[in-house]
Design a protein around this ligand. Structure first.
Ligand SMILES: Nc1nc2c(ncn2[C@@H]2O[C@H](COP(=O)(O)OP(=O)(O)OP(=O)(O)O)[C@@H](O)[C@H]2O)c(=O)[nH]1
Ligand SMILES: [Mg+2]
Length: 392
């Protein structure tokens, strides 16, 4: 750099060169420019560095725009409470998702009978609980490859609590289900399956060690070499594999796939008022009850829908309702916690401070031998328990 610019400016220029962030570079370059004496001999340097500065500022703007341009997909619905998603295949006339959403929640009345390109949302109320229902646009063939906004739709399905597969009982049931199952599976969504009883933990040692930890697990000991081969082919050379049950090679692959999700799903037959739908519903029950423990038949026209739908869902999702009590007054809305939850979980759900300052809890359990009980944090709760937490 020319000696016309002075040592202070030269030092700043060095700082500019050393800077690692855009902001820092801009700052140093501005300081450098302000320190250069402005005359003929420095003209070129000033011009060059002004254009550098402009470029940096453009770059900064560009980055800012890109980061704020991350528009939220209209298919992504923020979860509020338990989220159920209605899905169906694509057909004209539609399967009846929106009609059902409207029946249960009052939402989207004017969308019934016309193809929904975007999701509709409603809240189904049951005993003080609000279940969020998302009525997704129909799933087309090759949705998992992106057809009909399939990728966005399937991405939201990955995040929901329960998939409600709507099946038009007047049409071929197998065809509808087969398309939906294929697309879900292609999107790495496994339905009504437990995650495989298999843990793969990377370790520092340079080998793959497999431990068969149960009697059932030991039945597949012959697969050891194949399992190792698959794991190595996935680029893992050092890990401990814990097998806790009988597994298949496909399940090893599933465990190695970080995008795999396991979701619960139910079947909802629609249009149960139309001819022959009763027989079709029975057929559906016969054929699919192993795969789908919950199958319900509905008709919006006849207002046919299980009254205890909320209870069915809570049961299936293994949630229980706990009513908190404060100064003798029981809350109207229950807290939903996982089956098997303890007083500790409820305290934490109310507020962390309830756990930190916990003294004791009173649990009222209707019908129990001792209806009112003083308990500690580890006390296991049951559905419909009333809990009052006392803090120190
Ligand atoms: N008979 C009868 N018709 C129904 C029932 N439910 C829905 N329909 C009719 O079926 C047609 C399609 O219903 P929609 O609720 O729009 O179907 P959808 O699944 O939302 O359709 P898309 O948004 O296109 O995917 C409409 O004409 C409804 O009136 C029902 O229980 N009984
Ligand atoms: Mg619709």
């Amino acid at each position: 750099m020319s000696s016309n610019i002075g040592s202070e400016a030269q030092a700043k220029y060095k700082e500019y060169l050393d800077a690692t962030s855009i902001d820092e570079k801009i700052k140093k370059l501005e300081q450098f420019l302000s320190l250069i004496p402005k005359h003929k001999a420095t003209e070129k340097i000033v011009a060059l560095n002004k254009s550098r500065l402009a470029k940096l500022k453009r770059e900064k703007e560009d980055r800012k725009r890109k980061s704020t341009a991350k528009v939220v997909s209209p298919f992504s619905i923020k979860k509020e409470g338990i989220q159920l998603i209605f899905i169906s295949d694509y057909y004209n006339p539609g399967v009846g998702k929106t009609a059902l959403l409207n029946f249960l929640t009052g939402a989207a009345k004017d969308q019934i009978g016309s193809f929904n390109a975007l999701p509709e949302v409603g809240i189904y109320k049951y005993e003080g609980i609000g279940f969020q229902i998302v009525d997704m646009p129909a799933i087309m063939e090759d949705a998992s490859k992106g057809v009909g906004n399939g990728k966005e739709i399937l991405a939201q399905i990955r995040a929901c609590d329960l998939i409600c597969i709507c099946i038009d009982l007047t049409r071929n049931i197998g065809q509808q289900l087969s398309l939906l199952k294929t697309e879900l599976s292609n999107a790495d969504i496994r339905i009504n399956e437990e995650p495989p009883p298999l843990d793969i933990e990377k370790t520092g040692s340079n080998k793959i060690q497999i431990f068969y930890l149960t009697k059932q697990a030991k039945e597949i000991i012959d697969l050891t070499d194949r399992i190792k081969e698959i794991i190595r082919a996935n680029g893992i050379v050092n890990c401990v594999v814990k097998v806790n049950g009988k597994i298949t090679i496909d399940q090893v692959l599933d465990t190695l796939n970080p995008s795999m999700v396991y979701k619960k799903a139910i079947l909802i037959g629609t249009k149960g008022d139309l001819p022959h739908t009763e027989e079709k519903f029975e057929l559906m029950e016969d054929q699919y009850s192993d795969e789908f423990p919950i199958i319900i038949g509905t008709s919006v026209k006849k207002a046919m829908f299980p009254d205890n739908f909320g209870e069915i869902i809570l049961n299936y999702l293994e949630k229980i309702k706990i009513y908190t009590m404060n100064a003798g007054i029981v809350a109207e809305k229950p807290l939903l916690v996982n089956k098997g939850a303890k007083v500790r979980d409820v305290a934490l759900k109310i507020h962390r401070s309830f756990l930190e300052k916990f003294d004791f809890a009173t649990v009222i359990r209707e019908g129990a031998r001792q209806e009112r009980k003083r308990v500690g944090l580890e006390y296991k709760l049951k559905d419909e328990d009333i809990v009052e937490i006392h803090i120190l």
